[in-house]
Design a protein around this ligand. Sequence first.
Ligand code: ASP
Length: 263
Amino acid sequence: GGLPNADGVVQLDASCMDGKTYNAGAVAGLENIKTPASVARLVMERTDHVMLVGRGALEFARSFGFEEENLLTERARQAWLRWRERLSDSDDWGPPDHLRGGDGDSGRLLEGPEEFHYGTTNVLAVDGNGDISGITTTSGLSWKIPGRIGDSPIIGAGLYVDNSVGAAGATGRGEDVIKSCASYFIVMRMREGRTPQQACEDAIDMIVDRYRAIGNDFVPGEKFVAINKAGDYGCARMPSGGNASITVRHGGGLETYEGSSRG
Ligand code: ASP
């Protein structure tokens, strides 16, 4: 159900990291396979590589029996058609010029909501032995330039696990997460004694400060989650980084935790 790239093709990114074995796997730009995190896990467990992309990732998945299917849902296709038609007033998508409204625009736009989405899932886990692992999986930024890879499959950016410390994951504008090595940064902050909540907030502040340092008020939209070896957790987001809540599962069941909003 993820939104496609600018060509209307769903391209998926995912990563997987196991702290106990210091092992990682990832796929990027994977098409037609519904479960990219499972393919990333096989890259981790069944190869000596960390990342496979594009056609190579697809052939790898097929070799393990994954079935190809069309991932563009009808809802996502309709959203993509609206995006394409609304992208510019001076292209040829939409009704012919002589059938458009007087403002040059009305009658041109397919009806329906404008959608522009991030939509990544991070899952971080610590087990009863204190072993830590995580995955990050996504269709990435909607309407991205074909071939664009986000932070999600990049170990240290969209996901990082250190079995002696904890784990972190990112969602939101992947370009910033890559530039700041955000998940690695968060885990290193926890190594220095910060709580998961503080470490997530440190990452938000670090990125916002970098833009301020070049005299720019740009505040990107990211959200970070983290856990430590003791099972403590945290979450922080920038104002446009979605909501600051995460779902926590422990012996007692599921609960929602509200993190903080900064920036
Ligand atoms: N981080 C993802 C990306 O940039 C998008 C998301 O979080 O939904 O590809």
